[in-house]
Design a protein around this ligand. Sequence first.
Ligand code: RP5
Length: 163
Amino acid sequence: MSPLVGVIMGSKSDWSTMSHSVDMLETLGIPYEVQVVSAHRTPDLLFSYAEKAHERGVQVIIAGAGGAAHLPGMCAAKTHLPVLGVPVQSSMLSGVDSLLSIVQMPAGVPVATLSIGKAGAINAALLAASIIGHQHPEIHTALNAFREQQTQTVLDNPDPREA
Ligand code: RP5
């Protein structure tokens, strides 16, 4: 099946964070593609990726980057697809640099910005499921099942002292 979600990241060093997006996409049964695409080191590749993603059937792009994180914004500038930006936790500034680089887009070129790190990567996949599920009801079904299981896990484990 052709990919519905494109997961891109600025460096292989982002994989330990962005793998959480991929894990959640797999949990929900969403076909995806994944690739390193750097805004700074491979700008031409970024432009061609963003311009051609919709031709492959991609409906949402998840873009993770750290530091001077221009990848999500530049990607959004070259596609009409929704771009979900994940700020990767950087070693020097703990990801605040990544967050601020992604979140404050000028009016006219939106990036839906998630939280820093693992939580943002997981939530990007869940948000992609919400968006794509309108055309693919089985994805909404999988998303609802995940949420029901998450709720039940909390209800079944009310004692915070137990592992
Ligand atoms: C960004 O620079 C990447 O997204 C990564 O988070 C950061 C550092 O990249 P490496 O030097 O580890 O390749 O472009």
